[in-house]
Design a protein around this ligand. Structure first.
Ligand SMILES: Cc1ncc(COP(=O)(O)OP(=O)(O)O)c(N)n1
Ligand code: TZP
Ligand code: MG
Length: 262
């Protein structure tokens, strides 16, 4: 592996292929300070990368998480269809993948996202997010702290967190190093077994908080009455899994959700 400096970015060459680490124009932290860096240590770079990603996040309405679709072998065509149908952000969320397979699937996702001028996200693993130059990194309540994630990824990566109550959402909104948060699961879902539904009330509360950050409702959302309940409760952005990943026509499913959200 060879590191090359390039226009303020660092590219690593893996067996002839380049992976851009677009977030790495910041000074790496002293490992002894890991977990104790103040938010102000992470001034955005002058690259414009963060501003561009933030602008795309601010406009985002529809966020999809997908597996690597190993059984069907149609990851690239699925991603193309989902973005073409109006999905703004796609996250690879495949708990069964080992790191190398995850990186390979993310390289496909990165390529398709670039083709569409959209954002792509990595779940849970900051090392993987750094290696693939992720636009977005998502953490749950028990994952890395925001400070730990920022220390590893730098200022340009969009960071989001799952919340399961209005109190956690308020805390996320007040976290200077977080860019967005998600609240749910609104309904119980087989996609996140063991996580109880929070219902619509937290959405109403969060909506009344007049939060400063973009936030998404998640969990059991589908086009039609369920999405209407969510928007009536005050959410204007949603994350879905099955509604798009299990659709016969993912582009049409995404379009149906987008039309209802816009
Ligand atoms: C966009 C988005 N929202 C919520 C989650 C769930 O994150 P988490 O609670 O950490 O659960 P896992 O996905 O890690 O099982 C997410 N991944 N993405
Ligand atoms: C990852 C995650 N976290 C909370 S709910 C959920 C899954 C939502 O999946 P679906 O849209 O299929 O109900
Ligand atoms: Mg997680």
């Amino acid at each position: 592996m060879r590191a090359l400096s390039y226009d303020g970015m660092i590219r690593f060459r893996f067996s002839g292929r380049h992976v851009a680490l677009s977030a790495l124009s910041w000074a790496p932290a002293d490992p002894s300070t890991l977990g104790r860096m103040p938010a102000s240590s992470f001034a955005p770079t002058a690259s414009g990368v963060r501003a561009h990603r933030r602008a795309l996040l601010d406009d985002a309405r529809l966020y999809v998480c997908t597996t690597a679709r190993t059984e069907t072998g149609d990851l690239e065509s699925f991603l193309d269809a989902a973005y073409a149908g109006g999905v703004d952000i796609i996250q690879l969320r495949d708990k069964g993948l080992e790191a190398r397979a995850e990186i390979e699937a993310l390289q496909v996702l990165a390529r398709v996202a670039r083709r569409h001028g959209k954002l792509f996200a990595v779940n849970d693993r900051a090392d993987v997010a750094a290696l693939v130059g992720a636009d977005v990194f998502h953490v749950g309540q028990g994952d890395l702290t925001t400070t730990q994630a920022r220390t590893l990824l730098g200022p340009d990566v969009i960071i989001g967190r799952s919340t399961h109550s209005a109190a956690q959402a308020a805390e996320a909104d007040a976290d200077a190093d977080l860019d967005y948060f998600c609240t749910g699961p609104v309904w119980e879902t087989p996609t996140k077994p063991g996580r109880s539904a929070v219902g619509l009330d937290p959405l109403r509360t969060v909506s009344n908080l007049k939060t400063t950050k973009p936030w998404f409702a998640i969990g059991g959302i589908a086009p039609g009455p369920r999405l209407r309940e969510v928007t009536d409760a005050g959410a204007s952005r949603v994350v879905v899994v099955r509604a798009v990943t299990e659709a016969d026509d993912p582009a049409a499913a995404a379009q149906a959700l987008r039309t209802q959200l816009d």
